[in-house]
Write a protein that binds this ligand. Structure first.
Ligand SMILES: NC(=O)c1ccc[n+]([C@@H]2O[C@H](COP(=O)([O-])OP(=O)(O)OC[C@H]3O[C@@H](n4cnc5c(N)ncnc54)[C@H](OP(=O)(O)O)[C@@H]3O)[C@@H](O)[C@H]2O)c1
Length: 332
């Protein structure tokens, strides 16, 4: 298990230095975004300055009613945040938000893998041209610092292989199946626990995992992978029955390989692992990553991959980093 610890709390240091609070807007005020907004309100180093939602007329008792609430991205950005947290579930809306914010020099901290995946090179380019910063650790691995682990491995040498459990919902369902829970009930329990969306299709089809595979490929090899080229097995009732009948420990593994010619390929499949395998110990909504380097050495990380608490913690680790990159501000 490895958890990156931010020991210098740059936004608090900035406050102590008289550089003012970091103004933060939150796009999406659902399970993750509302959790982020509540933590911002409780934290003296930040000022919560606006929220983006689909329906601003909906009652949101937990949040202050004197702070901007809008369904319009431009109106949110006009509130002049220093950083926007992207906790939207919608990939297209997220892509529009990220591109517009970065173009205005506003930092982005995203949990939205569908927005980030497929556009990383473009977003980093916009960020670079506008002196803005883009962070997306919360979009892969939840509380498991996968992006940081890949970057650390890459700094040590050439990465040749990555294996990972990247979908906490599917891992939760597999754990429940192994404990004797039926497939439909396992999906419902994952939804009730806040791990699966009301429509769990993206988790079960593998779309969610493929987006995360693409982000890991970018970090490891400098280019994303064609998500449609990732050989994928979906989880359905029939496959769940086969897994239960066979017994043993099954995991949904994302497997990414770079061959000797430099070509990168990836697959997403259900694999029976030995009971003493690194991935066998990953239970419930857990996520885990194992990175192999050309010299044979290995880097790993594991932690909770879904849910409000680990995801908001990951967003705040990135938010502290984003705050540290900001120029001095007036005291607010
Ligand atoms: N749930 C997890 O455990 C987890 C873990 C890691 C990453 N993530 C990622 O975090 C993001 C948020 O997930 P969530 O579970 O918090 O979602 P959620 O509970 O469904 O919340 C969605 C929020 O976004 C707003 N919204 C949806 N579409 C919008 C649009 N087109 N424009 C403006 N606002 C829009 C909704 O507005 P209304 O309130 O008006 O409906 C709602 O406030 C997703 O990208 C997800 O993949 C989630």
């Amino acid at each position: 298990m490895c958890v990156d610890v931010i020991d210098n709390e740059p936004s608090r240091q900035a406050l102590r230095d008289g550089r003012g609070k970091t103004r933060v807007a939150v796009a999406g005020l659902g399970l993750i975004g509302e959790g982020a907004a509540l933590r911002l309100i409780d934290d003296d180093a930040f000022e919560y300055c606006g929220g983006l939602v689909r329906d601003p007329s909906k009652s949101r008792k937990s949040l202050p009613d004197d702070v901007l609430l809008s369904s319009d991205i431009d109106e949110l950005l006009n509130a002049a945040p220093n950083v926007v947290i992207d906790a939207l579930p919608d990939g297209e809306a997220g892509k529009t938000l990220i591109a517009k914010a970065l173009a205005r020099g506003i930092g982005i901290v995203s949990a939205n893998k569908q927005a980030v995946a497929g556009s990383l090179a473009e977003f980093h380019d916009i960020a670079h041209r506008n002196s803005a910063h883009l962070f997306y650790s919360a979009s892969v691995g939840g509380g498991a610092p996968m992006v940081e682990t890949v970057r650390r491995a890459k700094a040590r040498g050439e990465i040749v292989e990555m294996d990972a459990i990247v979908n906490g919902t599917v891992n939760y369902i597999l754990t429940a199946l192994a404990a004797g829970v039926g497939f439909d009930d396992a999906v419902k329990r994952a939804q009730d626990a806040g791990f699966a969306e009301p429509d769990p299709t993206a988790d079960l089809s593998g779309d969610d995992a493929r987006a995360k595979i693409s982000i890991l490929c970018y970090e490891a090899f400098g280019a994303e992978i064609d998500m449609n080229a990732v050989k994928t097995t979906a989880l359905d009732k029939a496959l769940a029955s086969k897994i239960v009948a066979d017994g043993g420990v099954y995991k949904q593994l994302s497997t990414i390989r770079k061959d000797k010619s430099g070509a990168v390929s990836a697959s997403l499949s259900f694999v029976k692992v030995a009971s003493d395998d690194f991935f066998a110990a990953v239970k419930g909504e857990g996520n885990a990553l194992r990175v192999r380097l050309a010299d044979g050495s290995v880097e790993t990380c594991a932690d909770k991959g879904a849910g409000r608490t680990p995801t908001v913690a990951s967003l705040f680790t990135d938010l502290e980093l984003a705050s540290a990159q900001l120029p001095p501000r007036k005291s607010g």
